[in-house]
Ligand binder design. Structure first.
Ligand code: ZN
Ligand code: ZN
Length: 400
């Protein structure tokens, strides 16, 4: 069998005990494996080129090279097209071919350069090829593609304009909700739209290192962006009202009375009493009194649970989130009642503080407790895992 030597090498790799290897050795191994895969990709491309020229796929009953690649080589459509493009354009790229064949550049580098042949023509790329291959030695494929895009712009500004118009035409965002209330977001933006979004998200992402992943921080930043828009009150009215998030909850739910129904959040599923209490900590409230058959018999005025004057006093005193170690500014913060107003806590400076949205969740939904220390500092205590009722301080207090 023609691939016998490869099988032999794989058999050896499979038999190797990798557990005792150090991270350095593992890293070296993986880099070596990737280089070998890149060299194999070159061998794959040579064969694919010949196979395509002879229309081997048609002989085997396939309508196109792509459909053969997808079926026989188990590639996703995008990857199949990329392999076909590399195979087609490599013959006009001698420097790229040599570098890929020896593993000096990766397959994805070659794919970036091959793409520019499709976009700009072999002659235009030939003049720049050795420079691109040299750059590929030092840049990852994504940065190499910046270079080829610049090249494209200098050679073919009209084509670049058409390309960017195409990208704009394919923009979309899907926001879908599953039966259990979770939202999924997926979309595609053109370069300018994506850069705009990324700039705004970067500004809203906390640069503090915490246990959240980058993806989680991005998700929080996106929600924060929407919340800031809603809070600013500058969005157009919907059905005669400024858009806002509304929660319907009974007083029994807010008081966490046993057997009380869940609260309802607009666009979403029922939410927990803890989430409803957090939202009710600092929000505009309308009291609706229901009659015996649940018909509204009285609708009160809309009032803020933290009145504007108290909010201003909190901003002056707290200057941001009071959770120990947090430095989020007032703009990012909700007012929080240390003893919830529904439990009889006073809406006064002594019973309230500012908390960023994340730490506000810590307190209401994750079981953290806040209390004033002897010198007016805020202490955060977390229920010790497994032992009810005993609390341990976990963060040093931050003096105000
Ligand atoms: Zn609160
Ligand atoms: Zn905070």
């Amino acid at each position: 069998m023609r691939s016998e030597p490869l099988r032999g090498a794989l058999f050896e790799l499979e038999g190797e005990d990798i557990d005792p290897l150090t991270d350095t050795t593992l890293a070296e191994d993986m880099v070596e494996l990737r280089r070998t895969m890149d060299r194999l990709e070159f061998q794959f491309s040579r064969r694919l080129r010949l196979f395509s020229k002879r229309r081997g796929y048609a002989t085997l009953g396939f309508v196109s090279l792509i459909s053969w690649l997808r079926r026989a080589c188990r590639l996703m459509p995008g990857a199949a097209m990329q392999h076909s493009e590399v195979a087609r354009n490599l013959p006009s790229l001698p420097h790229t071919s040599t570098a890929l064949a020896s593993g000096d550049i990766g397959f994805h580098h070659a794919a970036v350069i091959a793409r520019s042949v499709t976009e700009l023509g072999a002659d235009a790329v030939a003049a720049e090829e050795s420079r691109l291959v040299r750059a590929a030695h030092n840049l990852d494929p994504k940065y190499l593609s910046y270079l080829t895009r610049r090249l494209r712009y200098s050679i073919d500004p009209d084509g670049t304009l058409a390309h960017s118009n195409d990208q704009y035409d394919y923009r979309y965002v899907h926001l879908s909700q599953t039966l259990d209330g979770v939202f999924y977001l997926d979309g595609r933006l053109d370069a300018e739209g994506g850069a705009t979004l990324r700039t705004a998200l970067n500004a809203l992402e906390s640069n503090r290192l915490d246990e959240r992943s980058g993806a989680m921080r991005r998700a929080d930043a996106m929600v924060e962006m929407a919340r800031k828009q809603l809070d600013a009150g500058t969005l157009p009215e919907v059905a005669g009202q400024k858009p806002h998030l509304s929660v319907i909850a009974s007083t029994a739910t807010l008081a966490k009375a046993p057997g009380a129904p869940a609260a309802d959040l607009e666009w979403s599923q029922p939410i927990t009493a803890d989430a409803a209490r957090r939202l009710a900590c600092d929000s505009a409230m309308t009291r609706v009194v229901l009659g015996p058959s649940s018909e509204p018999i009285d609708v009160g005025r809309c009032t803020r649970t933290i009145p504007p004057a108290l909010r201003r006093a909190l901003v002056v005193r707290d200057r941001g989130c009071r959770f120990p170690g947090c430095d989020r500014p007032p703009d990012w913060c909700d007012g929080h009642h240390l003893i919830h107003w529904i439990d009889g806590g006073e809406t006064a400076l002594s019973n309230t503080c500012l908390l960023c949205r994340r730490h506000h969740r810590f307190v209401h939904e994750l079981g953290w407790r806040l209390l004033w220390g002897d010198e007016g500092e805020m202490l955060a205590i977390k229920p010790e895992l497994g032992i009810h009722g005993r609390f341990i301080p976990v963060a040093p207090p931050l003096m105000s």
